[in-house]
Design a protein around this ligand. Structure first.
Ligand code: AMP
Ligand code: GLY
Length: 433
């Protein structure tokens, strides 16, 4: 089977690494991939994974490639091509592709769409309002005493959410998004949610339009610095499982969210085949969804895929073909931790082109896999090429050993300006003591 993966981040390296283990694969392309994806080999043949120089958003060029190379399955990593309708375009041309269609991808592409859906179908979420008028938005913020999350409606690289704890801060956030257009057209509309308190976890469920198969828990670390301080990022590290819910509690939370979500999709005629990733706050009043994503989390994929024991190709095909009810997801009992190594300045602008050393030494440690994100090859050397550079990932018999292994591996790696959080997984350890 020939497979094409779209994307170039750590999530896509993890997808490629996992797909390459399938004995069913004869060829695996990544558009555009990174330095790490090009180092992977197919388990069945030993043949290398092939990076192709087409961006994940260049849908016309991707379709030309598909027509010439005839992939049997295309796997979409990031949100942007989904929002642009890559799935609809590939399907119209007769290609099998994994990911939600453009309508279903609105769960991520429009926070106003998601909020309206959740309210109509009884999915537990934050109290909220949707606004285009700054004065009305500010009145709503004031009614919440300024304690709110002010969110650009559209896609903004994970940066379109501003948290406020005073009326003045909330008003500044409204102006930044609606008036100063800090996130361009993505901020033409605002969703304002009450500020929720509690432990935040990531849920993932693989869906086929009728069935949703819930993954174990994981927890992301969104802020740039230790102790959840600093700016919001795409995610500085993650681990799985997160020990804040028992298996029975997770099942119940899953039912509270996915039950009405599936019923709502059926009622509204939304055919979601792909990965639904609800961000959830575990509050004193029960779980509340703060947002939906329509793809694997990054870096959540980097800790889920090493724990997944199934052949990923089988699961993705079942998701596309509506036969997930016949699949059982199998997970390793091991814990997995991923620590992101970022460039100086991230999540702001960064310098690229710094040489990365120590990758082989890190990868050689037991249980360790270094997933690449913003990397590329220049003059035969692997260099930085973005904000999040590496996801240093380790499996271990328990959280403490997985964490020790990940940080030991990280200590072997270096590039100028490298920064990372030292407390990934710390909350899990504290909770289990
Ligand atoms: P989002 O992109 O909507 O997940 O928001 C980014 C981050 O902002 C989340 O991961 C949370 O940490 C935080 N956040 C978003 N909405 C809320 C909320 N209603 N209450 C508290 N924190 C929130
Ligand atoms: N880990 C955050 C995200 O993928 O949106």
């Amino acid at each position: 089977m020939k497979v094409l993966v779209l994307g170039s981040g750590g999530r896509e390296h993890a997808l490629v690494w996992k797909l390459a283990q399938s004995r069913q694969l004869s060829r695996l392309w990544v558009a555009p991939g990174n330095a790490g994806t090009a180092l992977e080999r197919l388990a069945a043949s030993g043949n290398p994974v092939e990076n192709i120089a087409i961006g994940a958003d260049q849908i016309d060029a991707l379709l030309d490639f598909a027509k010439a190379s005839r992939p049997d399955l295309t796997v979409v990593g990031p949100d942007n091509p989904l929002a642009l309708g890559v799935v609809d375009r590939f399907q119209a041309a007769g290609f099998r592709i994994w990911g939600p269609n453009q309508r279903a991808a609105q769960f991520e592409a429009s926070k106003a769409f998601s909020q309206d859906f959740m309210e109509r179908h009884g999915i537990p979420t934050a109290r909220s309002g949707t606004f285009t008028d700054p004065a009305e938005a500010k009145r709503y913020c004031a009614s919440l005493d300024g304690r709110c999350a002010v969110k650009a409606d559209g896609l903004a690289l994970g940066k379109g959410v501003l948290l406020a704890t005073s009326v003045a801060e909330a008003e500044r956030a409204v102006d930044e998004i609606l008036v100063d257009k800090a996130f361009g057209q993505a901020g033409a509309r605002l969703v304002i949610q009450e500020l929720l308190e509690g432990m935040e976890i990531s849920l993932h469920a693989l869906c086929d339009g009728r069935t949703a198969k819930l993954f174990p828990t994981s927890q992301d670390h969104k802020r740039s610095h230790d102790g959840d301080t600093g700016l919001n990022t795409g995610g500085m590290g993650t681990y799985s499982p997160a020990p804040f819910l028992t298996d029975a509690e997770l099942e119940r939370v899953g039912e509270q969210i996915l039950g009405p979500w599936l019923a709502g999709c059926a009622a509204d005629g939304i055919d979601f085949r792909g990965l639904l990733y609800p961000g959830v706050m575990l509050t004193r009043n029960g779980p509340k969804v703060i947002e939906f994503n329509a793809r694997f989390g990054d870096p959540e994929a980097q800790v889920y895929l090493p724990r997944l024991e199934n052949d990923l190709v089988d699961l993705l095909i079942a998701s596309v073909e509506g036969t997930l009810d016949r699949q059982t997801l199998r997970w390793s009992r091991e814990a997995c931790v991923c620590v992101v190594a970022a460039s100086a300045g991230y999540p702001g602008p960064v310098h690229k082109g710094q040489e990365i050393v120590g990758l082989s030494a890190a990868d050689a440690l037991p249980g360790v896999k270094v997933f690449h994100a913003g990397t590329t090859v220049k003059d035969g050397r692997i260099v930085t090429n973005g904000g999040r550079v590496l996801g240093v990932t380790a499996l271990g018999p328990d959280m403490a050993s997985a964490r020790t292994r990940a940080y030991e591996a990280l200590s072997k790696v270096h590039f100028d300006g490298m920064h990372f959080r030292r407390d990934i997984g710390a909350k899990a350890l504290a909770a289990s003591h």
